[in-house]
Design a protein around this ligand. Sequence first.
Ligand code: UDP
Length: 380
Amino acid sequence: MGAGRLVRIVVSAALLTIIGTRPEAIKMVPVLLALEKHPGFESRLCLTGQHPGLRESVLAPFGIIPDIELACRRTDEALTTLTSVLVQQIGAVIAEHKADRILVQGDTQSAVAGAMAGYLHRIPVAHVEAGLRTGNLSAPWPEEGNRRAIGIFADLHFAPTQVAHDNLLREGIEAERIHVTGNTVIDMVRLAERKLRPAGRGLGLAETAEQFGARRVLVTCHRRENWGPVLEGLCGAVAELAADGAFHFDFVAHPNPDLRARINRLLGGGSGIDIHDPLPYLEFLELADGADLLISDSGGLQEEAAALGKRVLVIRSETERPEGVEAGNSAIVGTDPAAIVAAVRHSAELSPLTRSDETPFGDGRAADRIVACLRGEHFH
Ligand code: UDP
């Protein structure tokens, strides 16, 4: 960096957005909708295919239709194969479509491949949800490394929070290139609310625990490092708590069929436990909103918990989202089954949190800020 160096940020007109997985789709819907409102942009959406079914489960309810659909589906465990196929295929799309800016979100293989392909084609890259760090390259793996690498390729960094902004600044990125926008997932929760309410559904309308007869707990577990003994321990904790009758569990499985089979084997048929297939976004959010407590290793759910005014027990030993912990929405409980059981029981003694429009992750207006930046308008 160095004082006096001129920072030039190219104002874009033809954008190519790369989306590979569920969280990227969820968090980019508000940005894609905000881009549609501005006729100055030619905006194209490319789905890489890393996660199947995003068109129906996330995009269609918001009227978003992808322009390009690749088939970079992961068929084996080799991330190197997936990543190299992604770079190659996204590179071909960039060459064909003459974008003047690439937009990527988050920390997946599609995001890092999109950023690298953009860089190698000398097309500027903007990174949505930039600057999250645990400081530990092994957790989350490979996401921590992916996110750092994207930080190197990108010339515009949309940091969801001041903490993320400061992380980027510490890594030597020029302040002019970093914009604190809020996290677009908060925008998405608010968009979902506006969709569900007129249909008389969900979000604030769910049965209370008293009506339901037990405290409802929503569980998800999908991180690669948690697939083995951690999942087993978590299922043991869930079975123990469900046996009390005081808690009802909705365990929402991940699209990975091995993981689903393992959850079925460990918990299937247990009373007080429903195992669900992965749910379309709006249904999942309704279920989360109806829950008294969330247990998860997901990143996005920590942010959504803040938007919904819920508590989430994070089954990890660290988080790149410390803002939720500080605000009292997230508690890092680790992966020890006894600690999980104790934390769930303890949660029943706490008074419910209140829901607020302002969250530590944003205020629901991140997408407009991002689009304003892409239009060359500056704000801080
Ligand atoms: N989600 C969903 N359907 C489900 C489970 C989760 O739409 O059945 C959403 C959830 O609301 C959150 C996102 O998927 O926004 C989380 O994705 P995931 O857990 O795959 O990844 P992470 O958040 O850890 O990146």
